[in-house]
Design a protein around this ligand. Structure first.
Ligand code: TRP
Length: 333
């Protein structure tokens, strides 16, 4: 029997190159070897977007289409919607007995996000947001998943999930195996500004669905080595955002030429950017063609999500029957 994967995305925006290399390529590569479930985590998205639910709603289909566009095959992998799987919410309640507030406050990913969302949480952090690692543990464990492909930023979440599983097993009875993170081999890619990681809210991302013109404009404005002002200046590729993308999209030999040309003042930034635009557009073309296919067929995408969610619930319902038995609340079974 194949081991089971559970992974997920928050539907708060379209997916971009950071997602592609950080997690999507990894899950596409694993979908044949594992029984794969991909959760569109709308409940989690609402923990910091509760004021703008329409944003979450709009992006459920977008994120599903992004997954399909990069090669998730609905015939072998299952896409499903978190809010339509109430067993996850139920399990979250039971798990919340096993986690202290201080433990949640120590979670580095949550800590970092609270800092970034200082505005939203000015009056205090909500229980929903502080507790979302518990809900993410419920995502993973309600599927009894053994492998969780994620970007490196999600490692603290998997660690916390393992703690919860361990504690549940100890207090009640051995029920869950401890899931393992499977981290993407690609390093985290920086945004077009060259400063921070690519993020949908930072205005520094190339989205999988960006048009040719958008890609051209974005690449033209991308951050390059500030010390290279004229073509003939010696450049420093390692501190250049454009070079970082060149290193993803170029063959080895070509990359060496770009690096040498830049360093020796033979290759100017404009020429280098034009070259990168072409490569980015060519790289995204098959993904976009597939995306267009699904964009024209929203009912097909909805059907995939509905069928997937039904299939997913069979598993989560089984899990809850076991959990309730172990917790001695299976009164009428
Ligand atoms: N927290 C993840 C992110 O921000 C999304 C997510 C929700 C997830 N549930 C999950 C990832 C379960 C892995 C497993 O990207």
């Amino acid at each position: 029997m194949k081991k089971r994967i559970l992974t997920g995305d928050r539907p708060t925006g379209k997916l971009h190159l950071g997602h592609l290399f950080g997690s999507l390529k990894n899950r596409v590569a694993l979908q044949e070897k594992y029984e794969t479930y991909i959760l569109i985590a709308d409940v989690q998205a609402l923990t910091d977007n509760f004021l703008t639910p329409e944003k979450v709603r709009e992006n459920v289909l977008e994120v599903a289409m992004d997954n399909l566009a990069v090669g998730i095959d609905p015939a072998i992998a299952t896409l499903c919607i978190q809010s339509l799987i109430p067993e996850i919410a139920e399990l979250t309640v039971f798990f919340s007995n096993l986690v202290t507030i201080t433990r949640l406050e120590r979670n580095p990913t949550v800590k970092e996000e609270i800092k970034q969302k200082a505005n939203l949480f000015r009056g205090g952090v909500t229980m929903g947001f502080l507790g979302y690692p518990i809900s993410q543990a419920a995502d993973i464990l309600s599927f009894r998943a053994e492998v969780v492909p994620v970007g490196a930023d999600q490692l603290p979440m998997i660690e916390q999930t393992r703690e919860i599983a361990r504690k549940f097993n100890l207090i009640y009875e051995k029920t869950f195996s401890l899931p393992k993170a499977e981290v993407s081999k690609f390093p985290r890619i920086k945004g077009l500004d060259g400063q921070s990681k690519m993020g949908k809210s930072l205005d520094n991302a190339i989205f999988l669905a960006d048009s040719q013109q958008e890609i051209e404009l974005k690449v033209m404005k991308a951050f390059t080595d500030p010390k290279k002002i004229y073509k003939n200046d010696e450049g420093h590729p390692l501190s250049c955002a454009v070079y970082q993308y060149q290193s993803i999209f170029s063959e080895n030999e070509e990359l060496v030429d770009i690096k040498n040309g830049c360093q020796k003042g033979k290759l100017g930034c404009v020429e280098c950017k034009k070259n990168l635009m072409k490569k980015t557009i060519a790289y995204l073309e098959p993904i976009q063609n597939k995306r267009h296919y699904y964009e024209k067929r929203p009912n097909l995408v909805k059907e995939i999500l509905l069928t997937g969610t039904k299939k997913a619930r069979k598993i989560t319902q089984e899990t809850m029957a076991i959990v309730k038995k172990r917790m001695k609340i299976d009164y009428f079974d």
